[in-house]
Write a protein that binds this ligand. Structure first.
Ligand code: S3P
Length: 445
C-alpha cells in the first residue's frame, strides 16, 4: 500500500464497479462462526486491516481460520465454550469493533484474557462496554479507572440484566447481546436509536435466541449449538458512500456500484444525499447473508444544502466525513448536529474533517456536535493528512477529484483498513490517482 497518494481532477467517472465486503458483517461472521458448532464458509469477506485483526484474535483463542483466498474464509467453529486460553495478549490492531465485541464475548469465558490494540485504540473509550458488562458481573480491568485498553478480563459468572444504552451504538449493543449468550436468564437491551442490526440478524440466522421487539432486543443462552454459516457478505455501503459522492460531484459522471448492502440501519447516507438532490437509484434488489442488497446507480447532480440531526445520524455516522465533502459542492448551508460520537471514532472526526478540508478551501466550521458547511465552494489541491483515519483519507481523495491542482494525501495507506483497492477502483472509473512513498504493509496481524 502506498503511503502517499496524489489525486488530479478533470476526468468524469464512468463504469461499473464493486466495493469490498461489508466491514461490520465480516467481523461478525468470523466471530460468530467461531462459537458455532462446525465449519463455516464466508465469501466476500473484507480482507482489510480491521477484519484481519479479528481473524488474528480468533486464532489467538485457538480457532482454526483458513483464509483460502483474500475474500474466501473457512472458520472451524469451536462451540460456545470451545475457546482456548490465549497464550498472549490479544492484539485488536486499530479495530474498535473487534475489541468491543470481543470484550462481551470473552467476559463469559473460563480463562483470563487481555485485549489490546494500537495507540489509537488505547485512546478510544472502553467504559461504554466495560461498565454495562460489570453490571452483569464481569470482572474487567483497564487503565484510567477501567475505561481504557488494555483490558484484562477475569473469569466470572455472568448474570442477565436489563440495560438502556446511553448512546445508540451497535458495538455496545452487540457486546451486551454476546455476553447475554453466556449469562443466566434473559438479557434485555433498549436502544435509543436505530443502530446497525447485523448482530441480531446473523445470530438469529444461526439459531440463537435473539428476539427483536422494536427498539428492544433480548438475548439468552442458546439451548442448542449455534449453526455454522455459509454466506456471501454484501458490499459495504460505507465504502460505496465515497463513490456515491465522487460520482455526484464530478461532472458528467455515471457509475453503477454492484451488490451493495442496503440494510435500513445503514442507508442514512443514501437518504441524506438524495435529500440534497443526488441522483441515486437502486437496481436489482435482492438478498445475501440475510441482508438486503442492490446495485446502486449514481449520476452527477446539482446538490443543495440540508440539515441533518436526531436519531437518523446513527444510520450514517461513518459517512459524515464524506457528506461534508458533498456539502462543499451543494448550494447553501449544510448543518450536521447530534453527531458528537464523531469525536470518539478513529480520530476526532469533527476536528480532523474540518481542519483538512479547510486546507483545500472548504468553508466548514466545527460545532460541538457536528459541523456547518457553506457551499458551493471551489476546492484547491493541497497537501493533507489522513491522521491515520481510513474514512478521512478517502473523503479527502474524493475532494481531490474536483479540486484545482493536485491533492496529496499523506498516511494514505489506511484506506486499506476498510477499502482495500480504493485507489485502483477510482482509477478504473477514470480518476487520475498516483501512488508514491514507502510501501506500507501494516495489516499483517
Ligand atoms: C460498527 C458500529 C459503529 C461504526 C463502526 C462499526 C459495528 O460504531 O461507527 O464503524 O460494526 O458495530 P458505534 O457502535 O461505536 O457507533
Amino acid at each position: 500500500m502506498a503511503d502517499i497518494i496524489t489525486i488530479h481532477s478533470g476526468n468524469a467517472l464512468k463504469g461499473h464497479c464493486h466495493v469490498p465486503g461489508d466491514k461490520s458483517i465480516s467481523h461478525r461472521a468470523v466471530m460468530f462462526a467461531a462459537i458455532a458448532d462446525g465449519r463455516s464458509r464466508v465469501r466476500g469477506f473484507l480482507d482489510g486491516g480491521d477484519c484481519r485483526s479479528t481473524i488474528h484474535v480468533m486464532r489467538g483463542l485457538g480457532v482454526e481460520v483458513d483464509q483460502r483466498s483474500a475474500t474466501d474464509v473457512i472458520i472451524h467453529g469451536m462451540g460456545l465454550d470451545g475457546f482456548q486460553e490465549p497464550k498472549d495478549v490479544l492484539d485488536c490492531g486499530n479495530s474498535g469493533t473487534t475489541i468491543r465485541l470481543l470484550t462481551g464475548l470473552l467476559s463469559g469465558q473460563k480463562f483470563v484474557s487481555v485485549l489490546n490494540g494500537s495507540e489509537q485504540i488505547r485512546r478510544r473509550p472502553m467504559g461504554r462496554v466495560a461498565d454495562p458488562l460489570r453490571k452483569m458481573g464481569a470482572q474487567i480491568y483497564g487503565r484510567q479507572d477501567g475505561k481504557l485498553a488494555p483490558l484484562t478480563i477475569v473469569p466470572s459468572k455472568l448474570r442477565s440484566m436489563e440495560y438502556t444504552l446511553p448512546v445508540a451504538s451497535a458495538q455496545v449493543k452487540s457486546c451486551i447481546l454476546l455476553a447475554g449468550l453466556y449469562a443466566g436468564g434473559l438479557t434485555i437491551v433498549h436502544e435509543p436509536g436505530p443502530a446497525r442490526d447485523h448482530t441480531e440478524r446473523m445470530l438469529q440466522a444461526m439459531g440463537a435466541p435473539i428476539q427483536v421487539l422494536g427498539r428492544t432486543v433480548h438475548s439468552e443462552r442458546p439451548e442448542e449449538p449455534l449453526k455454522p454459516l455459509d454466506i456471501t457478505v454484501p458490499g459495504d455501503i460505507s465504502s460505496a458512500a465515497f463513490l456515491l459522492v465522487a460520482a455526484s460531484i464530478t461532472p458528467d459522471s455515471s457509475i453503477t456500484i454492484q451488490d451493495v448492502g442496503i440494510n435500513a440501519t445503514r442507508t442514512g447516507i443514501v437518504d441524506a444525499l438524495s435529500e440534497m438532490g443526488a441522483n441515486i437509484r437502486y437496481r436489482n434488489e435482492g438478498e445475501a447473508a440475510g441482508e438486503p442488497l442492490a446495485n446502486l446507480v449514481v449520476e452527477t447532480a446539482q446538490m443543495r444544502g440540508a440539515t441533518f440531526g436526531g436519531e437518523r445520524i446513527v444510520t450514517m455516522i461513518d459517512e459524515l466525513p464524506i457528506l461534508a465533502v458533498a456539502a462543499t459542492q451543494a448550494e447553501g448551508r449544510t448543518i450536521v448536529r447530534d453527531a458528537q460520537e464523531l469525536r470518539v471514532k478513529e480520530t476526532d472526526r469533527i476536528a480532523t474533517t474540518v481542519s483538512e478540508l479547510r486546507k483545500m478551501g472548504a468553508r466548514i466550521q466545527a460545532t460541538e456536535d457536528g459541523f456547518i458547511v457553506d457551499g458551493p465552494t471551489p476546492l484547491y489541491g493541497a497537501t493533507v493528512d489522513s491522521h491515520d483515519d481510513h474514512r478521512l483519507a478517502m473523503a479527502l481523495a474524493v475532494a481531490g477529484l474536483i479540486a484545482k491542482g493536485g491533492t496529496t494525501i499523506h498516511n494514505a495507506h489506511v484506506t486499506a483498513d476498510s477499502f482495500p483497492g480504493f485507489e485502483a477502483t477510482l482509477r478504473a472509473l477514470g480518476a487520475v490517482v498516483q501512488e508514491s512513498g514507502e510501501a506500507i504493509e501494516r495489516l499483517s496481524n
